[in-house]
Every structure is written in C-alpha cells, then in structure tokens.
Design a protein around this ligand. Structure first.
Ligand code: NG6
Ligand code: CA
Length: 511
C-alpha cells in the first residue's frame, strides 16, 4: 500500500519534531541551593545600586541569572517568612508564627509537606545549614539530650543550626539532634521566663560588654555581648560570633562536596546581616559603614564560597542558586554598633518606604536572584514574585507533584522565576502585623491601630487606623493615600483580600 502525501507529511513532521526533542538537553532535575540572608534590604547589594559596599559574588549571580525588582518575602520579619517559605502556606493563617523566642517548640507540622520533604520525594539529599528560628522540640526542651522534632523531622537529612537568632540564647550550634560540642558536666539551661544563674546581666554590667545594647538585648552576657533570654552552662559549646560565617560556610561547602554524587538541596540560611553584627576581623573595615556594611561584605564572601564550590565540582550548570532575604532592612536593631552613625548616603531599603517590620514596601520587597545556567537567560525581571511560592515552584522545576491540599498558598511560578514571564503573580499578600494586598498597580493596607513608627528602630510601620490605598505605578514611595478619594477601588481591594483570607488557600481562590 502506498502512503498518501498527507501521511508522509505527518511522518516527516514527527521526525523533525523528534530531532528537535533529541537535541534538547535531557531533562535532568537540578540541584537546588537556596541562600537565605537575614535582614538584607533591597538597596544593600551593589547589584541593586549600593555603592558604599561592593558585593561581587552576588553581582555575579545577578549577571548570570535573573535579578528581580518586585520580589517579596512573605512577611516583614523572620519566623513568619521562614514558615511560609518552608510550608507554602501564609504564616498569617497560623497563630503562633510570629518572631519566636530561642526556646520555642517547633512550629512546623511534621505531618505536612515542607520544601525539604517535597524534594525528598524525588530522592534529593537535603541539608539545612544556619539560622533556623522555627522552634525545636515539643516544649520544655532539654538542650542536653536529643533535640527533636526539628529539621530532621520535617524533611532534612542533616542540619547544623543556629537555633533561633544570633541575639537570642542559647548561643550554641545544634548538629543534627544534639548541641555541638556539649560537655555533659556543664549542662545548658535556657529560660525566657525568668532569670537563671548568678552571672551579671548586660543591664547590670554594661562595663563588661564589648558591644553595648541599645534596646532589649540586656540579659545573659555571652562572649561579651548581652542577648535576649537567659542561659547558663555549655561554656565549651558556645559559638564564637566572629567565626560564625566561617563555620556555617565550611559546613555548606562540605555538604555540597559530600552530596555532589546525588541530587541535592542545600538550604543555607546565613546569620549575616542580623544583629549582633560581628564580622570576622578580616572583614572589619571593608566598608566605611562599620559592622553592618562589613557584614554585607562577609555575606558576599559566603555566597562566593558556595559559587566557587559549585564551579570546582562542575555542578554550576545544573544547579539552581537562589539568593534572597527573609525581610527588609533595619539599621539599629538593638545594639550600638555604629550602623546609624556610619550609614552615610547608603539606602538599605533602596527607593522603598519603611523597612523590617513595616507594611510599606521595604518590609518585604527584598533582593531576589535566581541562576540556573542550563535554563535561565540573564535578565532583570519586573515580575511580582513571592517566597510563599517556593514549594510549588521548586517542586515544578524538579518534577515533583503537589496534591491539591498541599502548600495551599504556593503557586507554581516557574516561568516567572526562570525569567520567562515578566508578570508573575497577579496579586500578593504582604504581612507585617497587618495585611496588605497588591493587585495590579494598587496596594491596599488594612487599617491597624497602634504606633505609626517603631521608635526604637526608627522605622515607619505603615500602620494606620485609616485604610490606605496607594498606586505604586505613579507613587512608588507610598506617600499619596488614595483611599478616601477612590472609595470603590479601596472597597474592592479590601473585599478581595478578605476573600483570599477566608478561602483559607490561594490556589484557585482567585478564579
Ligand atoms: C526583635 C529584636 C530584634 C530582632 C528581631 C527578630 C528586641 C528589642 N528586638 O524582637 O533585635 O532580634 O526581634 O529579628 O529584642 S528577625 O529577623 O529574626 O525577625
Ligand atoms: Ca530577619
């Protein structure tokens, strides 16, 4: 039987299609490296316009990948941002997810998926290095025995943690389920309720301190710096603040080196540039901005070490490196470290109003860089993107399916994250003690009683008992409140925000 011309055409077309497919690189899921900096603002990196500090390694990621101009942490503080990033669920839906004390219980539910456990489904080896701040244990934790549940119960294979923050006790690393370097004869005790031990506090003996507290941070003295909370014991296990960046970076490099034969996920959550800012002596004086600027230089070095390792192991091409921050910037966050006096012309928040803790844009609009040489073309993107989408987006990039009831606020934004779509989300909820809705060029900030300025940190909170409506296209600085002049627009944004909140989920809520 002779083939008809149409059949021949179809066969020829499929052969061409086959050839085209065959020429594409095989779809091999990438390694994932998520570098999560602390309190780094939109304007703090030279690839976002800073001139008082240079960040060549971060600038390299920006040059080789996608640099986002409208990327957001899920919240204006750490714990809720990390909660959303890990779970794909907005933290405002879960009470108890505000900034945690250092002895808080784990707030992630081991029965629910996390970014780490999702990647585990596809066989990834998963390491968590650095700042955790999502709680450990089930309450009344004994730091001298097995510390669980924690990262290893929510999807990581290994972890090396700063349990909460550098300014909160206990000032020890947790290696897996144990305090690293613990001496059984010198047990650790921690309290956030009452004073423990006889050692003088930072409040009583400021003369013992090498960095003075400005507000808060006046309890137990560890390494000449007083902290939030009380601790006794564990003297051999105490971290040395100046070495923290080196210690964490060595762990991150070691993890990648050991994991190289597998597909891996590294979650590298730096302590920099959170307070207390105590850069290693080799970074002291790298900028004219004092410890805050020098910590940015140190952060950049940390990033460079990870990039160098990926290069040396020839892993860079098929590794997605993401860099971002957990909330916007703060200059004085409780220690007198010269950050205010030496700030000069540097603008930590770039052009945005507010900062850490704020409902204004600088609260959550942070640097975000994505590099995946095999898939991303270098570019700058205006897409509206959010860390709450990490679970669904990374799952999609790595070929992992999400069930309908998993990570319910997380949208698959892989096209935007790879720089293929300049729009991204059609809306976004910003969380900062109140809720804001971004929709189109509009931003609605829900009314909130209370101070408008957080005086101690000198940041405008963007909280107002009156509703606020801004048009970011014409008024990026959020100075012209349109709410009373455009009541219908304001009401419709308020209603839409309520609808998404009430829906209990984002996926499908906007259809
Ligand atoms: C605040 C601390 C601040 C910082 C913040 C958490 C005081 C007065 N201020 O309560 O220094 O630790 O909590 O920062 O104690 S975050 O980046 O982890 O959210
Ligand atoms: Ca933070």
């Amino acid at each position: 039987m002779r083939s008809s011309p149409v059949t021949l055409l179809v066969v020829a077309a499929s052969l061409i299609a086959l050839r085209v497919t065959a020429q594409e690189p095989p779809a091999s899921p990438p390694n994932v490296v998520w570098i999560y900096a602390d309190d780094v603002g939109y304007g703090d990196l030279s690839c976002y316009g800073a001139t008082a500090v240079t960040t060549p390694n971060l600038d390299r990621i920006a040059k080789e990948g996608v640099r986002f101009l409208d990327a957001h942490s899920s919240s204006a503080t750490c714990t809720p941002s990390r909660y959303s990033l890990m779970t794909g669920e907005y933290a405002f839906r879960r009470p108890g997810t505000a900034v945690l004390p250092g002895d808080a219980r784990l707030i992630l539910d081991p029965a629910k998926p996390t970014l780490a456990s999702l990647l585990g489904r596809a066989g990834y080896v998963r390491g968590m290095i650095g700042k955790w701040h999502l709680g450990l244990g089930n309450g009344n934790l004994d730091w001298n025995t097995t510390i669980a549940p924690g990262p290893l119960e929510v999807g990581f294979d290994e972890c090396w943690l700063v349990p909460a923050t550098g300014d909160r006790v206990p000032c020890v690393y947790v290696d897996g389920h144990m305090v690293a370097g613990l001496d059984a004869n010198d047990p650790i005790r921690v309290s956030y309720q009452q004073r423990i031990g006889d050692a003088p506090s930072g409040k009583e003996r400021p003369d013992l301190l090498r960095m003075l507290w400005d507000h808060g941070h006046d309890m137990s003295i560890v390494n000449g710096i007083s902290r939030i909370g009380w601790m006794t014991g564990g003297s051999k296990a105490l971290w040395k603040d100046e070495d923290m960046a080196d210690v964490l970076t060595a762990r991150a490099v070691d993890f990648v080196t050991r994991a190289k034969k597998h597909r891996f996920f590294l979650f590298f959550a730096t302590h920099d540039i959170h307070v207390p800012r105590t850069p290693h002596p080799r970074f002291v004086g790298k900028t004219a901005m004092g410890p805050r600027g020098d910590s940015i230089a140190q952060l950049d070095w940390q990033v460079g070490e990870v990039l160098r390792t990926l290069d040396e192991l020839q892993l860079a091409n098929n590794t997605i490196v993401m860099f971002t921050s957990d909330n916007g910037p703060v200059v004085n966050d409780g220690y007198r470290d010269d950050a205010v006096a030496k700030l000069g012309e540097h603008k930590p928040a770039g052009p945005w109003r507010g900062g850490k803790y704020s409902a204004f844009e600088a609260g959550t609009r942070v640097p975000f860089l994505v590099r995946w040489p095999l898939r991303c073309k270098p570019r700058t993107s205006n897409a509206l993107v959010s860390q709450v989408d990490a679970c669904a987006t990374v799952a999609s990039l790595c070929g992992i399916e999400l069930a309908d009831d998993e990570c319910v606020d997380s949208l698959d934004q892989h096209r935007a994250w790879l720089g293929e779509d300049d729009v991204g989300r059609d809306h976004l909820i910003e969380h900062s003690g109140t809720l804001s809705l971004r929709l189109g060029s509009a931003k609605w900030i829900s009314p909130k009683q209370g101070p408008r300025v957080a005086k101690q940190v000198a940041i405008e909170l963007g909280h107002d008992e009156e509703p606020q409506l801004y048009d970011l296209k014409t008024d990026p600085g959020e100075t012209d409140n349109l709410a009373s002049r455009q009541p219908e627009r304001a009401a419709s944004l308020a209603a839409e925000l309520r609808r998404i909140v009430d829906a209990g989920r984002t996926r499908d809520a906007r259809k």
